[in-house]
Write a new protein. Sequence first.
Length: 133
Amino acid sequence: LYMQTRQLGKARDHLNALLIGKEPSYATNPDVYDALALCDLSEGKIEPALNHWRKAIATGKATPQQHLTFARRLRGYDPSVKARAEADNAMNDLVDRLPNDLDARMKRFAYRTEIGERFGAGEDIRYAYTNIP
């Protein structure tokens, strides 16, 4: 509710309280880190947002959209070879974790198309078409 009403300070406080609370499942919930990243982003704090998305991905449970958002934001923020490799790895790790998930394949297809990696994008479409019901 805090996010919807743009009360970002209260949203951040609530999310941080969840992370340090007695319920350990919040620390491995990628949606908590995603929401914190969105709070950061809305305040123009790209580095903290990227770090929260890194934590979301590190849980091993981040959604394909969270991976794609991180990869896009990272590439847009930092044009270095290291950042591009980290973004690529985030998308590749997603598909390694969920090889037969259509959404994961389509998100990597979109990412690869955006960065001009047409051959890899085509492979994702071919794999999805031939292997995913």
